[in-house]
Design a protein around this ligand. Structure first.
Ligand code: GLA
Length: 432
């Protein structure tokens, strides 16, 4: 169904294309929280490494810090367990059970603790017989596991797709979605359906959106700039397929934020934060919140970037230009605003200056708009007109992030006229 509320051609196009989301009332905005995998992986040796092993202590400590250090206030809500939490054996009733040594209180008690902090708990399982790391998967136990998670008070399930015939991946994800729904508990459903189906065929994003609250499309994120770039490149090259699927209730998931770890320079961390906000991606940090440098913390808690991520219009942004070693990405925001990210992909030399005048988003400044630069530093760029030259300085592998806010109602008329009936591809060309 198309809505007349949407003003631009793009939004009209997207709103027509977006199908019904999974009807569980969750993920109306991209999920925010913390997920253990990238930083802590499958470290189960609590004797040697008690502070960094997959144990109830880790999640309790993260929850404590999330409350004390402003993370919860900034919007980060879910504390999520990934692989390697269960015992290798199910219990006598066939239920999954947490490893008793590492989770002596069990998951229900951990969920109570997390809830007592005003946070939510996520857990992990797999569509197949085993998880990717070889722990028991849910195959043959979807109803049992969904009921167990509901009984424990779990709020999110990340359901992995290892160890399964690729032809059966879609059916498996649908079955678990139904099982979760049948429990009557609101459990946010995080899938990896398209990631596991792409090698076989193009996934059905209409069905995925009806089934999952977010879905991984591409490989696991690593703590490296090459990993971030590969995710962005994949996203841009598939944006015509995946962007229309995103919206309130269901989001493309480019994987965790690795900001605050070891592999990204500060400019690269800013690029990840800016682009994850533009992509309307879940903001699931995988880092050690107990020990994070103040600059990374400030970046992850930057309210202006989080506002872009959580914008109520709920449209995913997309790449509109790639030239001279730059990429320009745009995300339409509520109240006819626009976010623009200019990424300097040239990894040689120093800071470079980019003039935004020719950008399509600039047309929305007719007759005038106000511009705010958010990254690399906050700057009120004042009221601008279409013939203004807006110059941003961008470090190698860094990103300048801006928002454009129209300041006249005649904007709407112009915006509508210029943008209606222009496809994403045409808009892309207006840059070149
Ligand atoms: C897969 C997933 C990762 C993580 C690991 C755990 O690789 O894509 O996000 O959950 O499994 O084994």
């Amino acid at each position: 169904m198309c809505s007349v509320m949407f003003l631009t051609g793009l939004l009209l196009f997207v709103s027509c294309a977006v199908v019904d989301a999974l009807d569980n009332g969750l993920a109306l905005k991209p999920t925010m929280g913390w997920l253990h995998w990238e930083r802590f992986m499958c470290n189960v040796d609590c004797d040697k490494n008690p502070d960094n092993c997959i144990s109830e202590r880790l999640y309790m400590q993260m929850a404590d810090v999330m409350v004390k250090e402003g993370w919860k206030e900034a919007g980060y809500e879910y504390v999520c367990i990934d692989d390697c939490w269960p015992s290798h054996q199910r219990d006598a009733q066939g239920r999954l059970q947490a490893d008793p040594k590492r989770f002596p209180g069990g998951i229900k008690k951990l969920a109570d603790y997390i809830h007592s902090k005003g946070l939510k708990l996520g857990i992990y399982s797999d569509i197949g017989k085993y998880t990717c790391a070889g722990y028991p998967g849910s195959l043959g136990y979807y109803e049992t596991d969904a009921l167990t998670f509901a009984d424990w008070g779990v709020d999110l399930l990340k359901f992995d797709g290892c160890n399964m015939d690729r032809a059966l991946v879609g059916e498996a994800y649908v079955n678990m979605s139904k099982a979760l729904n049948t429990t009557g508990r609101s459990i946010l459903y995080s899938c990896e359906w398209p990631l596991y189906e792409w090698p076989l065929r193009q996934p059905n994003y209409t069905a995925i959106r009806e089934t999952c609250n977010h879905w991984r499309n591409f490989q696991d994120v690593y703590d490296s700039w090459s990993s971030i770039k590969s995710i962005l490149d994949w996203t841009a090259s598939h944006q015509d397929i995946i962007v229309p699927a995103a919206g309130p209730g269901g989001w493309n998931d480019p994987d965790m934020l690795v900001i605050g770890n070891f592999g990204l320079s500060h400019d690269q961390q800013e690029s990840q934060m800016a682009l994850w906000a533009i992509m309307a991606a879940p903001l699931l940090m995988s880092n050690d919140l107990r020990d994070i440098c103040p600059r990374s913390k400030d970046l992850l808690q930057n309210r202006r970037i989080i506002d872009i991520s959580q914008d109520s219009l709920g449209k995913q942004g997309y790449r509109t230009a790639k030239m001279n070693g730059y990429e320009v990405w745009e995300r339409p925001l509520s109240q006819n605003r626009l976010a623009i990210a200019v990424m300097n992909r040239q990894e040689i030399g120093g800071p470079r200056q980019f003039t935004i005048r020719a950008a399509p988003g600039w047309k929305i400044c007719y007759p005038k708009c106000s511009i705010t630069q958010i990254l690399p530093q906050y700057k009120d760029m004042g009221i601008q007109a279409p013939d203004s030259n807006i110059v941003v300085t961008v470090n190698p592998s860094g990103t300048a992030l801006l928002t454009l806010t129209p300041i006249s109602s005649s904007f709407e008329r112009m915006h509508k006229r210029v943008w209606q009936d222009i496809s994403i591809k045409d808009k892309r060309n207006t840059f070149l």
